[in-house]
Design a protein around this ligand. Structure first.
Ligand code: KE4
Length: 432
């Protein structure tokens, strides 16, 4: 497999775009190569600029849960575009989307559309601070909530991948009120809340962490956060940008039976177009301007193209049997990959929740960011490159996830497991 055109396109891009990419995790630096450039995609397949095809397990980092270029989504966007792309004036589509989201997400009574997950979490933090009149925020090491200043502390995803200690350009005064604690360690949270609880506006958490690789909540962790927020009057925010509409129709909060006060959404809600959202209890959401006095705005928030793509996607996800199918596909793939690692005698800890998963190259338990960081990222890099040569596109970082879609058929999963068997043998030869 060769990537001559991608190499040239990357060199050209680097002249005009910092690092040649519009988002750092796409750079593939962490896996020791240049990024491939994609020409088109359909279903679970990608085609790059050199004509190579891949089975795609990134799906634009989660949004394409029904597959690329789904006819229903394409048709919805086409029809909307013919009527205009954006008005900056209310449309009935936005109300339909809000009603659909409230219907699907158990804790939501009202919702506000924005254009990215970062906007959703930034707004949720401002809302929590405005609603409580408090300043402090608790997040968790290895969780990534977008690149908003006050949340870019001990973050996962690209920050962890590139080993950036946070980010220059964020004044200490901004992050002084952000406490980042070990994920899954409820005692640590309880200690901090007992000392500072009256100053804490919110605890924000990925209910299943997916930016340090995939790390599920320990039994009782989410329930414990709920109890601590109730006891100290803090707002519990679930960042469901990845887990929303993926782990169940109602996301992680439905799957784990713990209801937050505010939920942040993104990715799937836009069906591949730029959409984020935040919402929750009516009493809290009514603090947002113009109903209340906490300000947040967005030129393209709720634009008809993005609403059309998102609504078409959520309608497809509302059909019977969808989440059983995603569960079975995820299970089948994860068990296949684990079996291939065992056969190749390569240490791998496999975590999977529904159609979201990650294989850590380690033989120790992974329960938080600190233990995830012990993974052999060199082994992951070799695995990534070998799988790419086999025609399988994985996340170019150990600290991300694989995303299975409805478009992945058993034949694709079998091909992936067969490819992994060969790739892992080469990892074994090279590193173990
Ligand atoms: P965006 O601003 O990238 O739409 O969403 C930020 C965000 C918020 N919360 C969670 C849990 C997230 O995972 C994300 C973004 N996820 C990364 C991948 N892990 C997006 C990929 C990228 O940064 O290019």
């Amino acid at each position: 497999m060769e990537w001559e055109n991608s190499k040239q396109l990357y060199e050209e891009a680097c002249r005009w775009i910092p690092g040649g990419v519009n988002s750092p995790v796409r750079s593939a630096r962490a896996v020791g190569m240049h990024p491939i450039f994609i020409k088109e995609a359909g279903g679970c397949r990608l085609v790059d600029e050199d004509g190579n095809t891949y089975i795609d397990y990134v799906g634009s980092w989660g949004p394409l849960i029904v597959g690329h270029s789904h006819p229903c989504v394409v048709e919805a966007v086409r029809k909307a575009a013919e009527r205009g792309t954006s008005y900056g004036i209310p449309t009935r589509l936005e109300t339909s989307m809000a009603q659909k989201v409230v219907e699907m997400v158990p804790s939501m009574e009202m919702v506000r559309m924005v254009s990215s997950g970062t906007e959703a979490t930034m707004s949720a933090i401002r809302l929590a601070r405005g609603y409580t009149g408090r300043k402090k925020i608790i997040k968790f090491n290895g969780c990534y909530h977008g690149h908003g200043d006050c949340l870019l502390v001990q973050s996962g995803s690209g920050v962890a991948t590139l080993g950036i200690p946070g980010s220059p350009g964020i004044p200490e005064e901004i992050v002084r009120h952000t406490l980042s604690l070990p994920y899954n360690h409820l005692d640590g949270v309880r200690d901090v809340m007992e000392r500072l609880g009256s100053e804490v506006a919110a605890i924000i958490v990925e209910p299943v962490a997916a930016n340090m690789g995939v790390v599920p909540p320990r039994p009782g962790f989410l329930e414990g956060l709920r109890q601590l927020c109730d006891a100290h009057g803090a707002v519990l925010i679930f960042d469901e940008v990845i887990t929303g509409f993926r782990l169940a129709a109602g996301g992680a909060q439905e799957r784990f039976g713990v209801l937050p006060d505010v939920t942040c959404l993104g990715k799937i809600i836009g069906g591949g177009l730029p959409v984020g959202a935040y919402g929750g209890k009516r009493e809290i959401m009514l603090k947002m301007a113009p109903a209340g006095d906490v300000y947040q705005a967005g030129t393209l928030s709720g634009n008809p193209l993005a609403m059309s793509a998102g609504l078409a996607t959520l309608e497809l996800l509302s059909q019977g049997g969808v989440y059983d199918a995603l569960e079975e596909k995820g299970r089948y793939l994860a068990e296949g990959l684990s079996g291939a690692a065992k056969a190749a005698e390569v240490p791998m800890v496999m975590h999977r929740v529904g159609s979201l998963g990650c294989g850590f190259f380690t033989n120790e338990p992974v329960v938080d960011f600190e233990s995830a960081l012990k993974s052999n990222t060199r082994a992951y890099a070799v695995f990534f490159q070998e799988m790419l040569k086999e025609g399988v596109y994985l996340a170019p970082s150990q600290f991300e996830a694989f995303f299975v879609s409805l478009a992945h058929e058993k034949s694709h999963l079998d091909r992936t497991v067969d490819a992994a068997a060969r790739a892992l043998r080469r990892v074994k030869e090279e590193l173990y």
